[in-house]
Design a protein around this ligand. Structure first.
Ligand code: GUN
Length: 283
């Protein structure tokens, strides 16, 4: 029987745990604080940042949604980041991506204090993850959220063959490191890969982050595999679909994430979890 991986349920449970941690901190006179920086008017970014802001408020955190017009200067955004770096009531800073083309994304991400870099995109945190360093540091929220889903449905990750379709710094690369650090065997492929089916068919865990609607069909998937769909694509009639043909692939997969309701809710729940982590680690 196929398990439909219930990202909404697991995110709700994680949020309930995070709320309890916030209450415990509140009792000690501490309120975790997050600032979400939104630049421009990308419709998806407007929705994502609003959801992040509102969820943080609901869980009892201090939450600031800092909006800038799309023609804001690099200097102005840098000044805001420096301001929040110095603000002791803010523990987490997030710049919603993608950014308008005239802004230097790397410089802005690097300007965030590493101990407030709740996305884990800052090179110091990326390096710690890559090197599997001991100690506390933030990692990509979507990647950590996927690990939480995998741990909820699989006994172990060690020894599994994982294929990831995609190479992004937001999800695929940090996920590769998280999986390697748990002794999985990880193969990174992309839409440029020759004979991609060879790699998808050998995967015990197949993660698809290609940005192509309904790319993966059941004849490309190993029977009994766990399939994680990171794609969010809007069809011409405004439906959301993933990169995996869900109805087709669910016939062969043992565990599969739906879109929506799979990976998506885990990103925000993990962001909330990691904001409280940063507060506890750095208070
Ligand atoms: N845009 C899409 N996903 C993300 C994310 O996880 N973090 C940020 N900062 N921007 C995004």
């Amino acid at each position: 029987m196929t398990n439909i991986i219930d990202g909404r349920k697991i995110a709700k449970e994680l949020n309930a745990k995070t709320k309890k941690r916030v209450e415990k901190l509140n009792a000690q006179g501490i309120t975790p604080g997050i600032v979400v920086i939104l630049i421009g008017d990308n419709p998806a970014s407007i929705i994502y940042t609003r959801n992040k802001h509102r969820t943080a408020e609901k869980l009892g955190m201090k939450s600031i949604l800092r909006k800038f017009p799309k023609d804001v200067s690099q200097t102005e955004v840098l000044q805001a980041i420096h301001h929040y770096n110095d603000d002791p009531t803010i523990h987490a800073i997030l710049i919603q991506l993608p950014l308008p083309k005239h802004l230097n994304q790397t410089e802005l991400i690097e300007a965030i204090a590493p101990e407030k870099d709740v996305d884990g995109f800052n090179s110091r945190n990326v390096g710690k993850l890559y090197n599997n360093e001991d100690g506390h540091y933030p990692v990509s929220c979507t990647s950590r959220g996927i690990m939480t889903l995998l741990h909820s449905y699989l006994d172990k990750i060690e020894g599994k063959n994982v294929t990831i379709i995609g190479r992004s710094i937001l999800v695929s690369r940090p996920l590769q490191s998280l999986l390697i650090n748990e002794n999985a065997t990880v193969t990174m492929v992309s839409l440029h890969t020759d004979n991609i089916d060879y790699y998808t068919k050998h995967a015990d865990i197949l993660v698809v982050a290609a940005g192509k609607p309904n790319l993966i069909k059941k004849d490309q998937v190993k029977p009994g595999a766990t399939v994680i769909d990171v794609g969010i694509n809007r069809t011409a009639n405004h439906h959301l679909v993933g990169d995996v043909d869900f109805d087709d692939v669910k016939e062969v997969a043992e565990n599969i994430t739906p879109v929506p309701g799979g990976v998506g809710p885990m990103t925000i729940a993990t962001l909330m979890q990691q904001t409280v982590d940063l507060c506890e680690w750095n208070r």
